[in-house]
Design a protein. Structure first.
Length: 383
């Protein structure tokens, strides 16, 4: 029997050791450095574009002002004012779910309407009734009048009436109208009432009688025509001043309009801040109403009107529609002349519009208050 072959031992083969993974190269990849360079250069390019850009400041102020009025934030800002940084982060934040006892920050607004007398429903005790408010206003008006005044403040049918006496001379009528204007302003400041609500009685007849008297005196003038004409012109100017103070008593009390007599002429000064938008020459609706009342009150057939525009010394912005302050003042004076002509009461041949620009200041331009006084329109009525 044949022997089985003995198998030879197979030599063991050692497994190759696994190779270690290669370590990544040190530093950022090449694409990241290129991207960072491009982003940095692009940002620098945008910064250069922004530094070269020019902003239309007046237009920006007009748009921002419209937004403020639309959202209820009313704040007057000059055209040349430097924009201020603001934040929308609430300065009174509290993590507590309940309201904390802290000062509440509210926006600063102005009253959209003129102050009115607050009256109650007039209960059994009569406190806060309209009659009591009218009586209080009449008493304040009477106290504001001089003791020897010919005027009388009464309450008629629930309305406060300031009655002018009949059959008075032109000098007494002029003095009474000046007293009425001063008393109306003082009573309105003390009680907060609207001067336009006070009824003026007996003035129309006195004005008609005075006009007839002036016409008769002018018709009977002889050799002393020059002296009579000068005296009549001064009397007409005094009467017109008193009549304008009564017609514009609300604006005079608010400081928007001033009325002044200088010999045979009356000068009505209207602040440009309330008559025109900032940097513009279009009259506001309030200014147009003032011009209408001015035309109805004191524009006689023998008077000439010279409208002069004035500004401060602040240069206009780059985006302004006018070349300089002279052009702005001329445009505003022309707007006033057009408004007066639009009433149909004044012949255009009797009106003149002039511009003084910044050459005739009445206050110091170094302060905001002085610049506000220099921005004005002067309406000179020569009799």
């Amino acid at each position: 029997m044949a022997k089985r072959p003995v198998p030879l031992p197979i030599p063991a083969i050692d497994a190759d050791e696994a190779e270690c993974p290669k370590c990544p190269p040190k530093g950022a990849p090449a694409w990241m450095a290129t991207f960072a360079d491009i982003a940095t250069l692009l940002m620098a390019f945008f910064v250069l574009i922004l530094s070269f850009a020019e902003f239309n400041q007046p237009r920006f102020k007009m748009v921002s002002g419209s937004l403020r009025e639309a959202f209820g934030v009313q704040r007057e800002m000059p055209v040349m004012e430097t924009p201020l940084g603001t934040t929308i982060i609430s300065q009174s934040f509290s993590p507590s779910p309940d309201p904390a006892v802290i000062e509440e920050i509210t926006q600063e607004t102005t009253e959209p309407e003129d102050p009115q007398i607050e009256t109650g429903d007039g209960g059994d005790d009569g406190i806060g009734s309209p009659g009591d408010a009218a009586q209080a206003l009449a008493e304040a008006l009477q106290d504001a009048l001089p003791e020897d005044s010919l005027l009388e403040a009464t309450v008629e049918n629930g309305e406060v009436t300031l009655r002018f006496p009949p059959d008075t001379s032109p000098e007494e009528l002029s003095q009474s109208m000046a007293e009425a204007a001063a008393a109306l302003s003082q009573a309105a400041a003390e009680t907060g009432a609207d001067p336009a609500e006070i009824r003026i009685a007996g003035l129309a007849g006195q004005m008609q009688a005075l006009a007839e008297t002036l016409g008769t005196s002018d018709a009977g003038a002889g050799d002393t025509a020059g002296q009579d004409a000068t005296g009549a012109a001064e009397r007409s100017a005094a009467l017109a001043e008193a009549q304008l103070r009564v017609a514009l008593r609300q604006e005079v009390a608010q400081g928007l309009v001033t009325v002044e007599q200088r010999e045979d002429r009356v000068i009505v000064t209207v602040g440009a801040g309330g008559a025109f938008p900032s940097g513009d020459a279009e009259l506001t609706p309030e200014a147009q109403e003032i011009m209408s009342r001015l035309a109805f009150s004191a524009m006689g057939e023998a008077s000439d009107i010279v409208v002069t525009g004035h500004t401060d010394d602040v240069p206009l912005g780059a985006g302004s529609a006018f070349r300089d302050n002279w052009g702005l003042a001329a445009a505003r004076a022309s707007s006033v002349v057009r408004a007066l002509q639009g009433t149909g009461l004044i012949d255009p041949d009797r009106m003149t519009a002039t511009s003084r620009g910044e050459s005739a200041p009445i206050a110091d331009n170094a302060t905001p208050e002085g610049r506000a006084q220099n921005r004005r329109i002067e309406i000179e009525i020569v009799y």
